[in-house]
Design a protein around this ligand. Structure first.
Ligand code: COA
Length: 392
């Protein structure tokens, strides 16, 4: 068995048949391979590894170059995707070898963190990943926002075809990336495909500056207005977009938008009828998972106070003893020392991403911590809700 990196052109004959079989209805349409080939222009910056035996591709795994804000630092991130093996080659450890190669490669390329959407979280937990919150879907009737129609808000909303509004939409995404913990974006090559979507974009502006954006489509008169993540720089941008949505009363019966797990749609109006939901289910509706690939790269992250020396166990990439401290709220990192606590890479990643409290890290079996270590880790890495957006 040989593992090698394949080029964009080679993907059609190597990884595509595995992916099509694993993720699409099959047998697929006759032009499935041509359609895949046409989409490859959006994936030229992706990295793909395959496992081959006697000239046959038995497994593949890929990574998309992304960027993610983790506690105030924007890192290069490996967005792992297209992990699949041939049914007759499963449970032979091929994907384990591919993932190990892929993660080492992305770390060497400068990725400090990695994220993915798992088919089954326990599979990726074996590779050090840990869950972070899934975005919520808020579904509501536009009538619930009617009081906003009477407000004279200091700003405006413009509706454009996505092609025309995409540059402004993407610029807002990049501003949010700089400020919002957990926020992740694709590179220009991958995100160019979204410009071709059949969708509108609503852009909220205050004094000419974009402060909110929503991609959406309407599925019919009296039907649904189906929105993407509702992005805003703050409450005014959000209110401008909600006021725009309120104007669709009697045109659509329901509106759906996606939100971070800490956003509360029930507070948007007095008579809101709203259901906010996040269904988590294998294999197609799981919450995202993340892991740290490079510990020294975390230096400078916005943290709490104090310090502790930790041993990270069971991981080739970040295993070892690390001394963590806080210098005026910024993380300091030094290798070595006498460990005061033991963490798995998943436990460490959960603390870095602010998704779990140290007590939960302990109760979930992601670390061996005494009461003092829990206290100190909690002060150094206070929980903080990460928002990694994705629209489903
Ligand atoms: C999921 C899939 C990629 C696994 O490939 P594989 O080649 O069988 O994986 P490996 O043999 O390398 O197994 C790696 C580890 O995961 C475990 N594992 C394999 N399948 C698993 C599953 N379905 N659930 C939980 N653990 C699993 C193995 O026991 C092994 O554990 P270990 O190395 O710690 O002992 C393959 O079954 C597949 O292609 N499935 C369909 C497509 C899919 O769901 N892809 C994932 C998209 S996110």
């Amino acid at each position: 068995m040989e593992i090698r990196q394949v080029t964009t052109d080679e993907r059609v004959t190597t990884t595509f048949p595995l992916q099509a079989y694993a993720f699409s209805p099959s047998p697929g349409p006759d032009d499935e391979a041509e359609r895949y080939q046409r989409r490859q222009r959006f994936f030229t910056t992706a990295t793909s590894f395959v496992a081959e035996e006697a000239g046959e591709t038995l497994a593949g795994a890929a990574s998309l170059p992304m960027r993610q804000n983790v506690r105030g630092l924007v890192h290069d991130m490996a967005g792992v995707a297209a992990v699949a093996s041939h049914p007759s080659a499963r449970r032979r450890g091929l994907v384990r070898e591919l993932m190990t190669r892929l993660l080492r490669h992305t770390r060497e390329q400068g990725c400090a963190v990695s994220a993915l959407y798992p088919f089954r979280p326990s599979f990726y937990a074996r590779f050090g990943y840990v869950g972070i919150p899934k975005t919520r879907k808020a579904r509501f009737a536009p009538e619930g926002l009617s009081e906003l129609l009477r407000r004279d808000l200091p700003g405006s909303v413009q509706r454009l075809p996505i092609k025309e509004g995409f540059a402004a939409y993407e610029a807002l995404e990049h501003r949010l990336l700089a400020h919002r913990h957990g926020f992740a974006v694709f590179d220009e090559t991958r995100s160019a495909e979204f410009r071709e979507e059949k969708a509108w974009v609503a852009l909220a502006r205050v004094d000419g500056e974009v402060v909110g954006a929503l991609r959406y489509r309407i599925d019919g008169h009296g039907g649904d207005l189906l929105g993407s993540s509702l992005f805003s720089t703050g409450p005014l941008g959000r209110a401008l977009l909600l006021q725009f949505l309120a104007r669709h009363v009697d045109q659509v019966s329901a509106i759906e938008v996606y939100l971070g797990a800490d956003e509360l749609a029930e507070l948007w109006g007095t008579d809101m009828t709203v259901t906010t939901s996040a269904a988590v289910d294998s294999p197609t509706h799981n919450a995202p998972m993340v892991r740290v690939l490079d510990v020294p790269a975390l230096a400078g992250s916005r943290v709490g106070r104090g310090g502790i020396t930790v041993e990270i166990v069971g991981d080739d990439l970040i295993g070892g003893v690390w001394q963590f401290g806080a210098d005026d709220g910024q993380l300091t990192v030094k290798p070595g020392g006498v460990p005061e606590a033991t963490l798995t890479v998943g436990g460490f990643s959960a603390l870095v991403y602010g998704a779990l409290d140290p007590v939960e890290v302990f109760t979930r079996g992601l670390g061996d911590l005494d009461a003092e270590a829990m206290e100190r880790l909690g002060v150094l890495f206070p929980t903080r809700m990460p928002y990694m957006f994705a629209d489903f």
